[in-house]
Design a protein around this ligand. Sequence first.
Ligand SMILES: C[S@@+](CC[C@H](N)C(=O)[O-])C[C@H]1O[C@@H](n2cnc3c(N)ncnc32)[C@H](O)[C@@H]1O
Length: 243
Amino acid sequence: MTGPSRSKDPEGNHEKVKGIFREIASDYDRVNRIISLGQIDRWRHRLVSIMDIPEDGTVLDLGCGTGKLTRLIADKVSDGKVLGVDLTPEMLEIARKSLPSEQEEVVEFSLGAGEDLALQSNSFDLATSAFTLRNVDDLTSVISELRRVVRPGGKVYSLELAKPDFPGFREIYRFYFDRVLPLIGGLVQGDSKPYRYLAESLKKFPDQYKLQDLYRSAGLAEVGFHEIFGGIAAIHQGTKKEH
Ligand SMILES: C[S@@+](CC[C@H](N)C(=O)[O-])C[C@H]1O[C@@H](n2cnc3c(N)ncnc32)[C@H](O)[C@@H]1O
C-alpha cells in the first residue's frame, strides 16, 4: 500500500513542525487530555462514528501522530487496512509501540508528508486526519492529495479545531488558546513554546466555513461539516465524485 516517502518541503516548514512534535511527542497524549479538558478522545470517537467505515475497508489516517485515531479506526476494520502516515518519526515510534497485537495485521505506519503522498491514486475507501491540517504548509495540496488517494465514491474527513462565532464564547476561547493553554503546556511539559505555536497555528487556520470552501475547491462533492462543543471543533467531510 505504501511507497517510499518522497516528502517535499517547498517552504521549509516541515523541519520546524517536526521539531515541535519531536519535542512534545512523549507528553503529547497526556497534555492534550488536560488542555482539551478531557474532550479530545470523545471528539475522535465522534469522527469515527461519523465515518462510514466498512469492515473490509482501506483507510488512510494522515498525521496519525501517536496513533490514537488510527487504533479507533482499526477497531472497526477486521479485514481491511488502515495506514497511519506522519511527518515526525518520534510520534510514529509511539504509535508503533502503542499498537495492540490484535491490530498488527490491519495497521501499518509510514513516514510521509501530506503535501506529497507516496501512495497510489484511488487506493483508499476513506482518508481522514485529526488536528493535522492546521500544521501543514500547503492546505490546498494536502486536501487535494487526500482526494487523490481515495477511490471515486470514497470520502475525505478531517477533525480540526474551529472558530466558535458565538459572541462571548468566542472571546473566552481566544483567551484560553492565547493565554491559558501555553501556561498549562509550560507547567505540565516544562516548555510553553510548542503551545504558543498551537495558538499561532490556530489563528492562521481557516474557520470551518472557509475549510468547507477549500474542500469544494479541491473537487470534493457533498461537502459539509458538523460542529462540536459549540464550534470549538468541527468535522468536515466530502466525497470524491464518481467519473
Ligand atoms: C496535533 S498532531 C495530531 C495527531 C493525531 N492525529 C491525533 O489525533 O492526536 C499533528 C500531527 O501531524 C503531523 N504532521 C504535521 N504536518 C504534517 C504533514 N505536512 N504531513 C504529515 N504529517 C504532518 C505531526 O507530526 C503530528 O504528529
